[in-house]
Ligand binder design. Structure first.
Ligand code: F6P
Length: 526
């Protein structure tokens, strides 16, 4: 199956798109032309609502987009994922993160249940004090050492669900090889009461290994005995041998399987810090929410399928309206890390330029996703969204109820700001006296509304975006589950590290790198 370009469905959409590029097109006129547009252009699944009514869609658009979805065999691809087909084609693997949260998968994958039970045992022991450090003291702090999918998802979920914490144990995340990241985390902690989680699917990621070694040194400088490692380190990895070689006690190892992609892995033992923070019941609620959305994704008609509709809209703007990026703005301070998590999910999955068969893709692929929590974004980048030259579709995420505060007035201001920004993007404003005040409007946006931010609902939201990304990859006919592009930089960093270790940089390096290395030597104070 080819990419979408040049196909009949694609050509029909190209012609149709001209309607919305006409100088007289006004997005808000679509509401006047269609009573009940909100009802007809929104989908609810339990207490997650997708309002996609503020989009370039007339009565013909969705049928054309759905025609493209059928042409690209989206329904078959959904079935293939849930069936465990090797849809990660370049690595010959399945992508079965949905099994991690599906109770029905227990028979086919007993290892999932075994691992959940092992996680539960550790969580209980850490919570009730049965797990003690080398001095016999209880654990007060857990430090997750990982990066990318071994950090972003768990860190975001722990931030988002902090009000659901079932323990006073503090959970910290260290990812960067910048030594300040680990040091500034450890300076307030005690080795006697700190438990480290080394989260690394490959157990070969430089940042994670260096931080793990430094953490172990920090512990052993105080504990003196290497035996202390067993009381203060656990690991989650598919490379169990490397973890044992590092010194992790075999009973403290949690397996990770090759059919779980890093950016899709928080549902696995990579979610251990989440389970420690929330308790196992909370973690299972997160899984259940994702499973609920999975069932929606697997069973809903394409026309009523939230991830499919959202993916088709993203494709519509990326392909036919030259949208170079999309802003995701959660109106919740608890979700401030959410855009960073989405960046890996989107850009490591969709940042590809050849099809699954290795042919160059004719379309522009890969959504550049960015954003921060609202309302803060209104005071930094919303100016560009309202009056800039870029066409940037926006996903707003809003929560009706706030679990952190009873201040319903401020919560209402927050929601009012979210809805007003979406309206302003659509309506714009003409100022005949002062052109600098003109706001063009006609900017599309979606609003995802949740009743509240709890583990179950967050699980649904995350699964929604995972499946949206997958559908986009199917439309583009690219592999969403590999990331060969990150290998080159990793390999070069070893070469440059070696070049920086000598008195002068190797002459085979380019002049810029050599010049930079010379300047480092000149300015280095330590
Ligand atoms: O960024 C490349 C990558 O392989 C990601 O896909 C992954 O989430 C991250 O590095 C960390 O990998 P690991 O869990 O193997 O340390």
């Amino acid at each position: 199956m080819e990419g979408p370009g040049d196909s009949s469905a694609w050509k029909a959409l190209l012609e149709h798109s001209e309607l919305f590029k006409h100088k007289d097109f006004r997005l808000n006129k679509l509401f006047r032309a269609e009573d009940g547009r909100f009802e007809s252009k929104s989908i609810s699944h339990e207490n997650l609502l997708l309002d996609y009514s503020k989009n370039y869609l007339n009565q013909d658009t969705l049928p054309l987009l759905l025609g493209l979805a059928r042409q690209q065999h989206v329904s078959e691809a959904i079935d293939a994922m849930f069936r465990g087909d090797k849809i990660n084609t370049t690595e010959g693997r399945a992508a079965l993160h949905v099994a991690l949260r599906d109770p029905a998968s227990a028979d086919a994958h007993p290892e999932i249940t075994d691992t959940l039970n092992k996680m539960e045992a550790l969580v209980d022991d850490v919570h009730n004090g049965a797990w003690q450090g080398y001095t016999g003291e209880f654990i007060t702090d857990v430090v997750n050492i990982g990066i990318g999918g071994s950090d972003l998802g768990p860190a975001m979920v722990c931030d988002a669900l902090g009000s659901f914490a079932s323990t006073a144990i503090r959970v910290h995340f260290v990812s960067n090889i910048d030594p300040a990241h680990l040091q500034n985390t450890l300076k307030n902690l005690k080795p006697e009461t700190t438990l480290f989680i080394i989260a690394s699917k490959s157990f070969s990621t430089l940042e994670t290994l260096k931080n793990a070694e430094s953490a172990r040194l920090w512990l052993l400088q105080k504990a003196q005995s290497p035996a202390a490692t067993a009381r203060h380190f656990v690991a989650i990895t598919s490379n169990l041998q490397a973890a044992v070689q590092f010194g992790i006690d075999e009973k403290n190892l949690f397996p990770l399987w090759d059919w779980v992609g890093g950016r899709f892995s928080l549902w696995s033992a990579i979610g251990l810090p989440i389970a420690i923070l929330l308790g196992m019941d909370g973690f299972r609620q997160l899984l259940a929410g994702a499973n609920s959305l999975d069932e929606h994704f697997r069973s809903a008609e394409l026309s009523e399928n939230m991830p499919v509709i959202s993916a088709l809209l993203s494709f519509w703007y990326r392909e036919f309206f030259d949208a170079h990026s999309t802003a995701t703005v959660p109106y919740s301070q608890r979700l401030n890390l959410f855009p960073s998590y989405l960046q890996q999910l989107y850009m490591e999955s969709l940042g590809k330029s050849v099809s699954v068969r290795g042919e160059k893709i004719k379309s522009n692929t890969g959504e550049i996703v960015w954003g921060t929590a609202g309302s803060n974004g209104q005071h930094s980048y919303f100016q560009l969204l309202h009056q800039g030259t870029e066409f940037v579709p926006v996903d707003f995420i809003a929560l009706v109820n706030n679990n952190d505060s009873d201040d319903i007035e401020c919560q209402q201001y927050l929601l009012a700001n979210c809805f007003s920004q979406s309206l302003a993007l659509m309506e714009g404003k003409t100022d005949k006296e002062f052109v600098h005040k003109n706001v063009r409007g006609n900017k599309p946006s979606n609003t995802l509304l949740l009743s509240e931010l709890n583990p179950y609902n967050l699980g649904k939201l995350l699964a929604f975006y995972e499946h949206k990304v997958y559908v986009l990859s199917v439309i583009w006919n690219i592999n969403a589950f590999d990331q060969w592009g990150v290998e080159l930089g990793k390999n070069l960093s070893g070469q440059i590290f070696a070049a920086m270790s000598g008195p002068t940089p190797e002459s085979n390096l380019d002049d810029s790198t050599q010049g930079l290395i010379r300047k480092v030597h000149e300015w280095k104070s330590k």
